[in-house]
Design a protein around this ligand. Structure first.
Ligand SMILES: [Zn+2]
Length: 282
């Protein structure tokens, strides 16, 4: 470790199957070795300074097939699963601290390392014969404010797994959990650049599905019903409608929304399969 290192620099993170770059900030830099390469166990999220240390560690890593939380979702066909990890649970403290350090390399402004007890973490892993491979996660505050709920606080997907739909899946999952909890909410602001892009896609999908369901039941589509069905706040519903290019006209009570046939094709793109979710609100 060098205390002469600049405050931010590009580092390479190497796992057993991937290599990707990241930006180290003031805290994350402390973990970077002299050659700016870090070796990461993608099961327990421990960093090592050399490949040899990583290889030795993997032979007896306690997290290869164990995550300190409850499995709430498993897609056997696509071989990935999601665990809910309670930040208030002492058993999860070290894992979440390592998750926080990893996140500092990608979202330094969103993460502090000392407040995990305020949050639940929903961590996604790909699974194969060698164990769990961390893909990404989102966090969510336990605290519920009746005025407006943050459905999600921070979301991150590691670079090798981006553009595979995992970000959209995590966004959809955050809303599914909020709906099952009977909440209407929105992601914590401010959103990062990638967060804005991600959620515009998620809002569009959620609004489209709700319109389709209402339309199928021959009911009138209004902003109020869309908020209730999606769990989105009205501002996010409006962004979704705008991005969908859906026409609506105002009558005396509320807007009418018309779903054009060609828009329905986007309905097939949903990543989340609610029937695979095993979760009850606490
Ligand atoms: Zn490990």
């Amino acid at each position: 470790m060098s205390n002469k290192r600049s405050r931010s620099e590009i580092v390479t993170i190497v796992t057993v199957s991937h290599s990707f770059t990241a930006i180290s900030d003031q805290i994350a830099t402390y973990f970077v070795s002299e050659n700016s390469t870090l070796y990461l166990c993608d099961a327990c999220l421990t960093f090592f300074a050399s490949e040899n240390h990583l290889v030795q560690h993997i032979t007896d890593c306690a997290h290869l097939f164990w995550v300190p939380g409850n499995e709430i979702y498993r897609n056997k066909e696509k071989k990935f699963c999601v665990y809910e990890i309670d930040g208030r649970n002492l058993q999860s403290f070290l894992f979440l601290r390592r998750l926080g350090i990893l996140t500092r390399f990608f979202l330094p402004e969103k993460v502090t390392l000392d407040d995990v007890h305020f949050f639940a973490f929903y961590a996604l892993f790909e699974v194969d014969d060698y164990g769990f491979h961390f893909v990404g996660y989102f966090s969510k505050e336990w605290r519920k404010n009746s005025a407006c709920v943050n459905t999600l606080s921070c979301v991150m997907v590691l670079p090798p797994y981006r553009a595979k739909g995992y970000g959209s899946f995590l966004g959809e999952l955050s809303y599914e959990l909020a709906r099952q909890d009977g909440m209407v909410g929105t992601p914590e602001r401010p959103l990062s650049g990638s967060g804005k892009l991600l959620f515009r896609k998620v809002w569009k999908g959620e609004v489209l599905r709700a319109i389709h369901l209402i339309d199928s039941s021959k009911s009138v589509v209004t902003l109020n019903t869309l908020c209730q069905m999606t769990g989105l706040i009205v501002e996010d519903v409006l962004v979704g409608l705008e991005d969908l290019g859906i026409m609506f006209t105002r009558n005396k009570q509320s807007p009418f929304i018309i779903l054009l046939e060609e828009k329905k094709t986007a309905l097939n793109k949903r990543r989340l399969q609610p029937q695979l979710l095993q979760w009850v609100p606490c």
